[in-house]
Design a protein around this ligand. Structure first.
Ligand SMILES: Nc1ncnc2c1ncn2[C@@H]1O[C@H](COP(=O)(O)OP(=O)(O)OP(=O)(O)O)[C@@H](O)[C@H]1O
Length: 289
Protein backbone atom coordinates (compact mmCIF):
# COMPACT_ATOMS: atom_id res chain seq x y z
CA UNK A 1 0.00 0.00 0.00
CA UNK A 2 1.37 3.42 -0.88
CA UNK A 3 1.59 6.61 1.14
CA UNK A 4 -0.65 9.50 0.20
CA UNK A 5 1.36 12.00 2.27
CA UNK A 6 5.05 11.92 3.13
CA UNK A 7 6.62 14.69 5.14
CA UNK A 8 10.31 14.62 5.77
CA UNK A 9 12.02 16.80 8.39
CA UNK A 10 9.82 19.85 7.92
CA UNK A 11 10.79 23.08 9.64
CA UNK A 12 9.00 26.41 9.57
CA UNK A 13 9.89 29.39 11.72
CA UNK A 14 7.75 32.45 12.44
CA UNK A 15 8.68 35.26 14.85
CA UNK A 16 7.29 33.54 17.91
CA UNK A 17 6.70 30.02 16.74
CA UNK A 18 8.59 27.18 15.12
CA UNK A 19 7.37 23.95 13.62
CA UNK A 20 10.28 21.61 14.17
CA UNK A 21 11.41 18.50 12.38
CA UNK A 22 8.05 17.06 11.45
CA UNK A 23 8.27 13.73 9.62
CA UNK A 24 5.21 11.70 8.82
CA UNK A 25 3.99 9.04 6.42
CA UNK A 26 0.26 8.67 5.95
CA UNK A 27 -0.95 5.46 4.30
CA UNK A 28 -3.73 5.68 1.76
CA UNK A 29 -7.10 4.30 2.71
CA UNK A 30 -7.29 5.67 6.25
CA UNK A 31 -8.63 8.58 8.28
CA UNK A 32 -5.90 10.40 10.17
CA UNK A 33 -6.83 12.89 12.87
CA UNK A 34 -4.50 15.79 13.60
CA UNK A 35 -4.78 17.04 17.18
CA UNK A 36 -2.97 19.54 19.35
CA UNK A 37 -3.77 22.55 21.54
CA UNK A 38 -4.36 26.08 20.20
CA UNK A 39 -1.29 27.36 18.42
CA UNK A 40 0.37 23.90 18.20
CA UNK A 41 0.92 24.35 14.45
CA UNK A 42 -1.88 22.25 12.94
CA UNK A 43 -3.04 24.85 10.42
CA UNK A 44 0.56 25.71 9.52
CA UNK A 45 1.24 22.04 8.84
CA UNK A 46 -1.93 21.66 6.76
CA UNK A 47 -1.11 24.80 4.76
CA UNK A 48 2.36 23.43 4.03
CA UNK A 49 0.84 20.19 2.77
CA UNK A 50 -1.52 22.28 0.62
CA UNK A 51 1.39 24.28 -0.79
CA UNK A 52 -0.03 27.51 0.71
CA UNK A 53 2.91 27.96 3.12
CA UNK A 54 6.48 27.05 2.18
CA UNK A 55 8.66 25.17 4.64
CA UNK A 56 12.09 26.59 5.51
CA UNK A 57 13.50 23.08 5.28
CA UNK A 58 12.26 19.61 4.50
CA UNK A 59 10.33 17.82 1.82
CA UNK A 60 6.69 17.14 1.14
CA UNK A 61 5.36 14.62 -1.29
CA UNK A 62 1.79 13.69 -2.03
CA UNK A 63 0.82 10.54 -3.93
CA UNK A 64 4.55 9.98 -4.40
CA UNK A 65 4.98 13.35 -6.20
CA UNK A 66 7.04 16.28 -4.95
CA UNK A 67 4.57 19.02 -4.03
CA UNK A 68 6.70 21.84 -5.45
CA UNK A 69 7.16 20.29 -8.86
CA UNK A 70 3.74 18.76 -9.38
CA UNK A 71 1.33 21.27 -7.85
CA UNK A 72 -1.45 21.14 -10.50
CA UNK A 73 -1.51 17.33 -10.69
CA UNK A 74 -1.56 17.10 -6.90
CA UNK A 75 -4.17 19.82 -6.37
CA UNK A 76 -6.64 18.14 -8.68
CA UNK A 77 -6.58 15.07 -6.42
CA UNK A 78 -7.11 16.98 -3.15
CA UNK A 79 -10.34 18.24 -1.64
CA UNK A 80 -9.65 21.01 0.88
CA UNK A 81 -12.18 21.99 3.52
CA UNK A 82 -11.44 24.73 6.02
CA UNK A 83 -13.36 27.36 7.91
CA UNK A 84 -11.31 30.10 6.26
CA UNK A 85 -13.17 31.57 3.35
CA UNK A 86 -11.42 30.61 0.14
CA UNK A 87 -14.24 31.68 -2.20
CA UNK A 88 -15.36 34.94 -3.82
CA UNK A 89 -17.72 36.50 -1.31
CA UNK A 90 -19.80 38.41 -3.84
CA UNK A 91 -20.69 35.39 -5.97
CA UNK A 92 -23.62 33.10 -5.40
CA UNK A 93 -23.14 29.43 -4.53
CA UNK A 94 -24.13 28.47 -8.08
CA UNK A 95 -21.79 31.00 -9.73
CA UNK A 96 -18.88 29.91 -7.55
CA UNK A 97 -19.49 26.24 -8.31
CA UNK A 98 -19.54 27.07 -12.04
CA UNK A 99 -16.10 28.64 -11.74
CA UNK A 100 -14.61 25.80 -9.71
CA UNK A 101 -16.00 22.77 -11.60
CA UNK A 102 -13.97 23.15 -14.84
CA UNK A 103 -10.70 22.98 -12.88
CA UNK A 104 -11.36 19.33 -12.11
CA UNK A 105 -11.24 16.69 -14.84
CA UNK A 106 -13.17 14.28 -12.62
CA UNK A 107 -15.94 16.75 -11.70
CA UNK A 108 -19.27 14.97 -11.31
CA UNK A 109 -22.23 17.36 -11.56
CA UNK A 110 -24.77 14.77 -10.42
CA UNK A 111 -22.79 14.12 -7.25
CA UNK A 112 -22.63 17.87 -6.62
CA UNK A 113 -26.40 18.21 -7.10
CA UNK A 114 -26.95 15.30 -4.72
CA UNK A 115 -24.91 17.02 -1.99
CA UNK A 116 -26.47 20.41 -2.76
CA UNK A 117 -29.81 18.87 -1.91
CA UNK A 118 -28.60 16.80 1.03
CA UNK A 119 -26.84 19.79 2.61
CA UNK A 120 -29.72 22.15 1.72
CA UNK A 121 -27.31 24.55 0.00
CA UNK A 122 -29.15 27.55 -1.44
CA UNK A 123 -27.78 27.99 -5.01
CA UNK A 124 -28.89 31.63 -5.29
CA UNK A 125 -27.39 32.85 -2.01
CA UNK A 126 -24.17 34.87 -2.01
CA UNK A 127 -21.17 33.25 -0.33
CA UNK A 128 -20.90 36.21 2.05
CA UNK A 129 -24.44 35.55 3.31
CA UNK A 130 -23.83 31.89 4.12
CA UNK A 131 -23.46 30.88 7.76
CA UNK A 132 -20.13 29.38 8.85
CA UNK A 133 -21.65 25.90 8.82
CA UNK A 134 -23.09 26.46 5.34
CA UNK A 135 -19.69 27.54 4.01
CA UNK A 136 -18.20 24.33 5.35
CA UNK A 137 -20.98 22.31 3.76
CA UNK A 138 -20.34 24.07 0.44
CA UNK A 139 -16.60 23.29 0.66
CA UNK A 140 -17.43 19.70 1.50
CA UNK A 141 -19.89 19.37 -1.41
CA UNK A 142 -17.17 20.65 -3.77
CA UNK A 143 -14.53 18.35 -2.28
CA UNK A 144 -16.76 15.28 -2.56
CA UNK A 145 -17.81 16.08 -6.16
CA UNK A 146 -14.45 16.08 -7.88
CA UNK A 147 -13.33 12.57 -7.01
CA UNK A 148 -10.61 13.76 -4.62
CA UNK A 149 -8.30 10.97 -3.49
CA UNK A 150 -7.32 12.90 -0.38
CA UNK A 151 -9.55 15.14 1.72
CA UNK A 152 -7.65 17.62 3.85
CA UNK A 153 -9.87 19.25 6.42
CA UNK A 154 -8.92 21.97 8.87
CA UNK A 155 -11.39 21.92 11.76
CA UNK A 156 -14.29 21.05 9.52
CA UNK A 157 -16.73 20.32 12.32
CA UNK A 158 -16.16 23.47 14.37
CA UNK A 159 -19.12 25.44 12.95
CA UNK A 160 -21.51 22.57 12.57
CA UNK A 161 -24.54 21.67 14.62
CA UNK A 162 -24.35 18.26 16.34
CA UNK A 163 -26.84 16.61 14.00
CA UNK A 164 -24.97 17.55 10.86
CA UNK A 165 -21.63 16.83 12.52
CA UNK A 166 -22.71 13.25 13.07
CA UNK A 167 -23.93 13.03 9.46
CA UNK A 168 -20.67 14.40 8.19
CA UNK A 169 -18.65 11.84 10.13
CA UNK A 170 -20.80 9.11 8.57
CA UNK A 171 -20.19 10.62 5.13
CA UNK A 172 -16.44 10.60 5.72
CA UNK A 173 -16.49 6.98 6.87
CA UNK A 174 -18.47 6.10 3.75
CA UNK A 175 -16.03 8.07 1.60
CA UNK A 176 -13.06 5.93 2.62
CA UNK A 177 -14.84 2.66 1.97
CA UNK A 178 -13.14 3.07 -1.40
CA UNK A 179 -9.72 2.03 -0.12
CA UNK A 180 -7.86 4.45 -2.36
CA UNK A 181 -9.36 7.47 -0.58
CA UNK A 182 -7.77 9.06 2.47
CA UNK A 183 -8.65 11.83 4.90
CA UNK A 184 -6.49 14.13 7.04
CA UNK A 185 -8.65 15.89 9.55
CA UNK A 186 -7.58 18.49 12.12
CA UNK A 187 -9.88 19.05 15.05
CA UNK A 188 -10.23 19.99 18.69
CA UNK A 189 -13.10 17.60 19.00
CA UNK A 190 -11.46 14.40 20.10
CA UNK A 191 -14.80 12.57 20.34
CA UNK A 192 -15.11 12.96 16.55
CA UNK A 193 -11.78 11.19 16.27
CA UNK A 194 -12.71 8.55 18.84
CA UNK A 195 -15.56 7.84 16.48
CA UNK A 196 -13.90 7.72 13.05
CA UNK A 197 -10.10 8.07 13.02
CA UNK A 198 -7.72 5.20 12.26
CA UNK A 199 -4.52 7.11 13.06
CA UNK A 200 -3.85 10.02 15.37
CA UNK A 201 -1.10 12.56 14.82
CA UNK A 202 -0.53 14.72 17.89
CA UNK A 203 1.53 17.89 17.73
CA UNK A 204 2.32 20.19 20.61
CA UNK A 205 4.24 23.47 20.46
CA UNK A 206 5.43 22.77 16.89
CA UNK A 207 6.75 19.30 17.67
CA UNK A 208 5.43 15.87 16.90
CA UNK A 209 4.37 14.02 20.05
CA UNK A 210 3.20 10.89 18.28
CA UNK A 211 1.76 9.37 15.13
CA UNK A 212 0.00 6.17 16.15
CA UNK A 213 -2.85 3.90 15.26
CA UNK A 214 -5.74 4.82 17.51
CA UNK A 215 -6.01 1.29 18.86
CA UNK A 216 -2.32 1.26 19.74
CA UNK A 217 -2.80 4.30 21.97
CA UNK A 218 -5.08 2.45 24.31
CA UNK A 219 -2.45 -0.26 24.65
CA UNK A 220 0.27 2.26 25.33
CA UNK A 221 -1.22 4.69 27.85
CA UNK A 222 -2.83 4.17 31.24
CA UNK A 223 -4.91 6.54 33.35
CA UNK A 224 -4.36 6.07 37.08
CA UNK A 225 -6.56 7.48 39.84
CA UNK A 226 -5.52 7.16 43.45
CA UNK A 227 -4.69 8.70 46.80
CA UNK A 228 -1.94 11.30 47.14
CA UNK A 229 0.02 9.18 49.61
CA UNK A 230 1.17 7.11 46.60
CA UNK A 231 2.97 10.05 45.04
CA UNK A 232 6.57 10.10 46.17
CA UNK A 233 9.28 11.45 43.93
CA UNK A 234 10.07 8.12 42.23
CA UNK A 235 6.44 7.37 41.58
CA UNK A 236 5.92 10.81 40.03
CA UNK A 237 8.54 9.95 37.42
CA UNK A 238 6.23 7.28 36.01
CA UNK A 239 3.75 9.93 34.92
CA UNK A 240 3.63 12.08 31.80
CA UNK A 241 1.16 14.33 33.56
CA UNK A 242 -0.54 14.48 36.94
CA UNK A 243 -3.55 16.41 38.16
CA UNK A 244 -3.80 16.71 41.91
CA UNK A 245 -6.75 17.74 44.02
CA UNK A 246 -7.56 17.72 47.71
CA UNK A 247 -8.98 14.24 47.31
CA UNK A 248 -6.25 12.54 45.36
CA UNK A 249 -4.65 12.46 41.95
CA UNK A 250 -5.26 11.45 38.38
CA UNK A 251 -2.30 10.83 36.12
CA UNK A 252 -1.30 9.54 32.73
CA UNK A 253 1.35 6.84 32.44
CA UNK A 254 3.10 6.39 29.09
CA UNK A 255 4.05 2.75 29.69
CA UNK A 256 0.83 0.88 30.32
CA UNK A 257 2.42 -2.43 31.34
CA UNK A 258 4.69 -0.75 33.89
CA UNK A 259 1.80 1.36 35.20
CA UNK A 260 -0.44 -1.66 35.65
CA UNK A 261 2.29 -3.57 37.45
CA UNK A 262 2.82 -0.74 39.85
CA UNK A 263 -0.72 0.47 40.48
CA UNK A 264 -3.05 -2.48 39.95
CA UNK A 265 -3.46 -3.24 43.65
CA UNK A 266 -3.46 0.25 45.11
CA UNK A 267 -5.18 2.54 42.57
CA UNK A 268 -7.81 2.58 39.83
CA UNK A 269 -6.37 1.86 36.38
CA UNK A 270 -8.34 2.89 33.29
CA UNK A 271 -7.90 3.31 29.55
CA UNK A 272 -7.61 7.05 28.87
CA UNK A 273 -9.65 8.84 26.21
CA UNK A 274 -7.87 10.81 23.51
CA UNK A 275 -8.82 13.98 25.34
CA UNK A 276 -7.16 12.74 28.52
CA UNK A 277 -4.00 11.73 26.64
CA UNK A 278 -3.87 15.20 25.09
CA UNK A 279 -4.65 17.02 28.34
CA UNK A 280 -2.01 15.32 30.48
CA UNK A 281 0.67 15.35 27.81
CA UNK A 282 0.26 19.08 27.24
CA UNK A 283 -0.05 20.00 30.91
CA UNK A 284 2.78 17.82 32.14
CA UNK A 285 3.29 17.39 35.85
CA UNK A 286 2.31 20.78 37.28
CA UNK A 287 -1.43 20.62 37.33
CA UNK A 288 -3.05 21.38 40.66
CA UNK A 289 -6.72 22.02 41.27
N1 LIG B 1 1.86 33.96 8.96
C1 LIG B 1 2.22 33.88 10.24
N2 LIG B 1 3.11 34.76 10.75
C2 LIG B 1 3.51 34.67 12.05
N3 LIG B 1 3.05 33.75 12.92
C3 LIG B 1 2.17 32.86 12.45
C4 LIG B 1 1.70 32.87 11.10
N4 LIG B 1 0.82 31.85 10.94
C5 LIG B 1 0.74 31.23 12.14
N5 LIG B 1 1.55 31.83 13.04
C6 LIG B 1 1.74 31.42 14.45
O1 LIG B 1 2.09 30.05 14.46
C7 LIG B 1 1.52 29.40 15.59
C8 LIG B 1 0.79 28.16 15.14
O2 LIG B 1 -0.40 28.54 14.48
P1 LIG B 1 -1.39 27.50 13.81
O3 LIG B 1 -2.54 28.30 13.25
O4 LIG B 1 -0.65 26.63 12.89
O5 LIG B 1 -1.86 26.65 15.08
P2 LIG B 1 -3.10 25.66 15.25
O6 LIG B 1 -2.56 24.43 15.89
O7 LIG B 1 -3.82 25.49 13.96
O8 LIG B 1 -3.98 26.46 16.29
P3 LIG B 1 -5.58 26.51 16.52
O9 LIG B 1 -5.94 25.19 17.13
O10 LIG B 1 -5.72 27.62 17.50
O11 LIG B 1 -6.24 26.76 15.20
C9 LIG B 1 0.65 30.43 16.29
O12 LIG B 1 1.38 30.93 17.38
C10 LIG B 1 0.44 31.50 15.25
O13 LIG B 1 0.30 32.76 15.85
Amino acid sequence: MSNCIELSHLHKRYDRFALQDISLAMKEGYITGLIGPNGAGKTTLIKMIMGMVHPDQGEISLFGLDNQEHQPAIKSRIGYVSDENIYYEQLTVKQMKKIIAPFYSRWDENTYLKYQELFKLPPGKKIKDLSKGMKIKFSLAIALSHGADLLIMDEPTSGLDPVFRREMLDLLTEHIQDEKKSILFSTHNTTDLDRIADYIVFINDGKMVFNEMKEALTEKYLLVKGGKELLDRDVRRLFLGIRESALGFEGLVGNRAEGERFFKDNAICETPTLEEIMYFTVKGCDVHV
